[in-house]
Design a protein around this ligand. Structure first.
Ligand code: FMN
Length: 164
């Protein structure tokens, strides 16, 4: 069974989770880039509003062909308790028909469950079936601590089993 991890990351926390995960469960990964520059304090407010309103954005790659994969992970940071616009946009541009899906959210402190629920609501009508989900808190966590947290989740949730 082939596994693919799709993620967006503004400040590299979700990227760290995704890459650790890829190593632990032997998966390929594709990072989605938001072509709207989201860096800098002034952009923070717009980013929150865009996420809250589920405004679409331009992403690269614009879509990902999932046909060679059976299991797809989708990971997003939490923005105003919503998925990042790049992930909202990506989901609507991918065909999840017949795919098992594992969803994950990173967050400073809270709101990850809402992100997962919203991604699920959007992926299920596109044919995907969520089989598991998890959240990773990144606020005040060092790189090594996040890596350890991910390894613990992989073990506790038996994640490698789903890719066999
Ligand atoms: C625009 C914006 C809104 C955010 N909103 C939330 C939030 O509602 N709850 C929360 O716990 N963290 C929030 N955060 C923090 C991020 O979810 C957290 O730092 C995440 O792990 C960052 O992932 P990244 O480094 O992959 O971009 C927000 C960050 C940004 C930039």
């Amino acid at each position: 069974m082939k596994t693919l991890i799709l993620f967006y990351s503004r400040t590299r926390k979700t990227a760290l989770v995704a890459k650790t995960l890829a190593h632990e469960v032997n998966a390929d990964y594709v990072e989605i880039t938001d072509l709207d520059d989201r860096m800098g304090p002034l952009k923070y407010l717009k980013a929150s509003v865009d996420a809250f309103r589920e405004n679409k954005t331009l992403i690269k790659p614009a879509t990902v062909d999932l046909k060679d994969y059976d299991l797809i992970y989708v990971g997003s940071p939490t923005w105003a308790s919503k998925p990042a616009p790049a992930i909202i946009t990506l989901i609507d541009q991918c065909n999840f028909l017949g795919k098992d899906v594992i969803l994950f959210a990173t967050m400073g402190s809270s709101g990850g469950q809402k992100v997962i629920e919203r991604m699920r609501e959007k992926i299920e009508p596109r044919g995907g079936r969520m089989i598991k989900s998890f959240q990773v808190k990144t606020g005040h966590r060092k790189t090594g601590e996040i890596i350890e947290d991910v390894k613990e989740i992989v073990m506790e949730e038996d994640l490698p089993i789903y890719g066999i």
